[in-house]
Design a protein around this ligand. Structure first.
Ligand code: ARG
Length: 460
C-alpha cells in the first residue's frame, strides 16, 4: 500500500519495517485527543482563510464519522498506516476526498503527536489526583476512628515510642497530599500548546496559535518550536509523579503486609481483597499490597526508560521519542488500578486495636518518658537521665516485665530522687498524649492534623 510520505520513494516499505516502525497498535489510545486536535486546527485554518467554510464543514463531519467508526469498532487499524495520525487522516480523506488532504496544512506529525500526548498526560495528572483524593478520604475515615488507639511507633523497625494509629495513618495522608500537589503542578506547568510548531521551525502560513490553543483548553502557547516538538518533560514528570506516589503506596503496602502477619496481627485484610494458597489450605495471603509493592518497580522502570530515551537526543524531533508512550500508558493504568484497589483494601480491612495494644506492652516504649521525667522533675541532666533509665530498663528485663509495669520500689532503688508521681509518666497512653508539640502524636494534636486533611479534601 502507498505511504502518505512515499513521493520520493521508488520501492515500497518492507513488512518488517512496518512492524518495527509502527506505533498505531498503541498510540490509537490517543484517538480522541487526535481528533480534537485536528478539529481545533481545522477551525483555526478556516478562521485564517486557509480553509473555506465548506472544507471545514466536510472535515468536521468526516472526523465525526471517523470517531464513530473507532468507537463502534469498525475502524480498520492498519500497521502499514504507521501511526494513528496517518491512519485517521487516510480514512478522513477516503470519506470526504480532497478537503481531507488540506487538513495537514501548517502542521506536522511532530506538533500533532506533541499535542495529543501532552493533552492525554495533562488529563491523567488531574484524574490521578482525583483518585488520590478518594483514597485519602478512605484513609481519613479509618484514621478518625483511631486517634486513641495505641500502637508502637517504630524506628529501625524496633519499638520506639507509643503513638496512635490515626497519627500513623496521618503520615500517609501527608505523603499523598504532596503527591497530589505534584500532579497538579505538573498540569499547570505543562499546559502549553505545541500546535502550530509544525515540524520544528514554525510555518510560513498565517496561523493563529493562540486561537487553536484556546480551543483545546491550553493556558498558553509554547515559546520555542524547536524545543516544543522534542520536549517530553511532561511525560517524564507524570512518570516521576507516579513513581513517587507508588513509592509511598509501596511503603504503606509493606506495612499492610507486616501488619497482617501473625507476628503483628494489627489488621486483617478482608476476604474480598485477600487470596488463598493452592497448596496450604490455612493461608490467607496479602497479595494486594504485595503486588502494589511489586508494581512500583515496573513504574520506576518506565521512568528510567524514558529518561534514557531522551538523553543525548539532538534537536529536534527524533523517532526515538515514539518510545515515550507505552511506558506512560502502562504507568498510568497501574496508578489508576492501584489507587482504586488500595482504597477498597483499606475501606474493608479490619483494624485490631487489642493486638496493637498488646504490642505496646513489650519494648519499654515509655523509656523516653522516664528520662524526660528525670530531667523535668528531678533536674537531672539528660545524659545522666538516659543512663538511669537504662538501668530501669535492665531491671524490667531482669523481672521479665515492661517498663510501664515496673513497681515504684525498684525505681527508687535505682535512684532515690524518683518520686511517687513517676508511675503516671510511664503509662503508655500518657506517654502518647504527652507529645503535645506541634505535629506530635497526642490525640488532640492528631485530631487537629486530621481536621487539616479533612479541610484540604473538602476545599478541593
Ligand atoms: N508516531 C510518531 C511518534 O509517536 C509521530 C511523529 C512522527 N513524526 C515523524 N516525523 N516521523 O512519535
Amino acid at each position: 500500500m502507498k505511504k502518505m510520505w512515499s513521493g520520493r520513494f521508488s520501492a515500497s516499505a518492507s513488512n518488517l519495517l512496518d512492524q518495527f516502525n509502527a506505533s498505531i497498535m498503541y498510540d490509537r489510545k490517543l484517538y480522541r485527543e487526535d481528533i480534537e486536535g485536528s478539529l481545533a486546527h481545522a477551525q483555526m485554518l478556516e478562521k485564517q482563510g486557509i480553509l473555506t467554510q465548506n472544507e471545514l464543514k466536510q472535515i468536521q463531519e468526516g472526523l465525526t464519522r471517523v470517531k464513530n467508526e473507532i468507537e463502534s469498532g469498525t475502524f480498520e487499524w492498519n500497521i502499514s498506516d504507521e501511526d494513528l495520525h496517518m491512519g485517521i487522516e487516510k480514512r478522513l480523506t477516503q470519506i470526504i476526498g480532497d478537503a481531507g488532504k488540506k487538513l495537514h496544512t501548517a502542521r506536522s506529525r511532530n506538533d500533532q503527536v506533541a499535542v495529543d500526548f501532552r493533552r492525554f498526560v495533562l488529563r491523567k495528572n488531574l484524574e490521578i489526583a482525583e483518585l488520590m483524593k478518594l483514597l485519602m478520604q478512605e484513609i481519613l475515615v479509618v484514621a478518625q476512628k483511631h486517634t486513641e488507639t495505641l500502637l508502637p511507633g517504630m524506628t529501625h523497625l524496633q519499638h520506639a515510642q507509643p503513638i496512635n494509629f490515626g497519627f500513623h495513618l496521618g503520615a500517609y495522608l501527608s505523603m499523598f497530599k504532596r503527591d497530589i500537589e505534584r500532579f497538579e503542578s505538573s498540569y499547570t506547568r505543562n499546559n502549553v500548546s505545541p500546535l502550530g510548531c509544525a515540524a520544528l521551525a514554525g510555518t510560513p502560513h498565517n496561523i493563529d496559535r493562540e486561537y487553536s490553543a484556546e480551543l483545546l483548553g491550553f493556558d498558553s502557547v509554547s515559546v520555542n518550536c524547536l524545543d516544543t516538538v522534542s520536549d517530553r518533560d511532561f511525560a517524564l514528570e507524570i512518570l516521576f509523579n507516579i513513581s513517587t506516589m507508588m513509592m509511598h503506596i509501596s511503603r504503606l503496602s509493606e506495612e499492610l503486609v507486616l501488619w497482617s502477619s501473625y507476628e503483628f496481627g494489627f489488621i486483617e485484610l478482608s476476604d474480598e481483597y485477600s487470596t488463598g494458597s493452592s497448596i496450604m489450605p490455612q493461608k490467607k495471603n496479602p497479595d494486594v499490597p504485595e503486588l502494589l509493592r511489586g508494581k512500583t518497580g515496573r513504574v520506576y522502570g518506565s521512568l528510567m526508560g524514558l529518561l534514557t530515551v531522551m538523553k543525548g537526543l539532538p534537536l529536534a524531533y527524533n523517532k526515538d521519542t515514539q518510545e515515550d508512550k507505552e511506558g506512560v500508558f502502562d504507568a498510568v493504568e497501574t496508578a489508576e488500578i492501584s489507587l482504586e484497589i488500595l482504597k477498597e483494601a483499606i475501606k474493608t480491612m479490619q483494624v485490631k486495636p487489642k493486638n496493637m495494644d498488646t504490642a505496646c506492652k513489650v519494648g519499654h516504649l515509655s523509656a523516653t518518658d522516664l528520662a524526660d521525667y528525670l530531667v523535668e522533675k528531678c533536674d537531672i541532666p539528660f545524659r545522666e537521665a538516659h543512663f538511669i533509665t537504662g538501668k530501669a530498663v535492665a531491671k524490667s528485663e531482669e523481672l521479665g516485665i515492661d517498663l510501664s509495669e515496673i513497681e515504684l520500689k525498684y525505681l527508687k532503688e535505682i535512684d532515690e530522687r524518683i518520686a511517687d508521681d513517676v508511675l503516671d509518666f510511664l503509662v503508655l497512653e500518657n506517654s502518647m498524649n504527652a507529645r503535645q508539640s506541634q505535629g506530635g502524636t497526642a490525640t488532640q494534636r492528631t485530631k487537629e492534623q486530621l481536621v487539616y486533611f479533612k479541610k484540604y479534601l473538602q476545599e478541593k
